[in-house]
Design a protein around this ligand. Sequence first.
Ligand SMILES: C[N+](C)(C)CCCC[C@H](N)C(=O)O
Ligand SMILES: O=C(O)CCC(=O)C(=O)O
Ligand SMILES: [Fe+2]
Length: 401
Amino acid sequence: MFWKLHKSALRQAQLLRGVSRSTALPRRACATFRAHEECLELHYGGTQMRFNYVWLRDHCLSAASYNSKTNQRNLDTGSIDLTIRPESTRVEGDHLVITWPGGHMSKYSLSWLTENSFERKYQSAEQPRILWNSDIYRNATITSSKWDTFMSCDDELKKFLQNYLLYGIAFVDDVPATVEATEAVTQRVSLIRETTYGRMWCFTSDFSRGDTAYSQLALDRHTDTSYFQEPCGIQVFHCLKHEGTGGRTLLVDGFYAAEKLRQRSPESFELLAQVPIKHEYIENTDRHQNHIKGIGPVLNVYPWNNEMYLIRYNNYNRSVLNTIPHDVVQRWYAAHRELTTELRRPENELWVKLTPGKVVFIDNWRVLHGRESFTGSRQICGCYLTRDDVLSAARCFGLQA
Ligand SMILES: C[N+](C)(C)CCCC[C@H](N)C(=O)O
Ligand SMILES: O=C(O)CCC(=O)C(=O)O
Ligand SMILES: [Fe+2]
């Protein structure tokens, strides 16, 4: 249903864009509007937009309707007449002014309307990103932050967050090889998300938990906690010690691979974005009992602009596939195979050896991680971070997320 509505809105928006291309626009931005029965059509700065009248009343920014100190709505949306129409509409300077029946006046700046219009939003990303394979990432020569400046200088933190948002990974070097310093470096960014694995965790190959991470085995690329209804947003790793061989970390940009799939095989992309599947973590040992289940598609996409925001890919923890009928199952496996092929292309693999001092932050909604098998004694500490708070920190620096 949503899609039907959405597609017709998209067609309208495309038509409108078509019109704007064929019309010579005046150099100086001036606004014109037409009040249709169904919506207000506004032309401004080369953008043609349509606003619903209830929406306009709901987004009134007057003191009676909106508290600009708290950025919260005062108006009870439930009290708006769903058939409301303006009594009069005019453009005054760079504002649109509407008088509603009963005399209430709403004033919107034209730039605010443009910025918040569907026509603008459906063409732009919520979070701009640079998708990478290993060449792209290496050629970008992104510098790691250094512990001292990272901990003391806000500009450095901002630079780190910008890298993190764009690439889905970011590094801090020269961190003291202790759990405490690792905790401090993560708390500089955000809040730690405690899970069944603890708050700060420190693990070796001691089989202390019912999960292969606690072994010396190789781990294929995956995202963690795919079995949470909301998978952890960020994962932090710091290798405190390794006396032995192997154990390199593998990083793969899941969105790069999925975009390749979208280009090569749009139906497969669509299927992986539509079919919800289950992941499960079942642990039953003397010390730990867990049964966690998360449901959602492999690829998660915003419907209004087709932007991907979350990939859930973990073949170890994928649960029984019982959410689709047998004939769709075959197509789903084929689509999953195509995505796997993209994810496994050697040119998409970024291998790094984590050494004491180097802390990596991984966007667990986007970048898959894995590891090579290893010998000897290896100790990794780290934690998960809450996604909301990392993004909030970035937005407070004026970054788009
Ligand atoms: C806590 N620590 C990161 C050490 C291990 C967590 C195991 C995560 C599990 N393999 C998953 O895919 O969710
Ligand atoms: O040991 C590693 O490098 C990573 C293991 C892993 O995938 C995890 O702990 O989530
Ligand atoms: Fe993992």
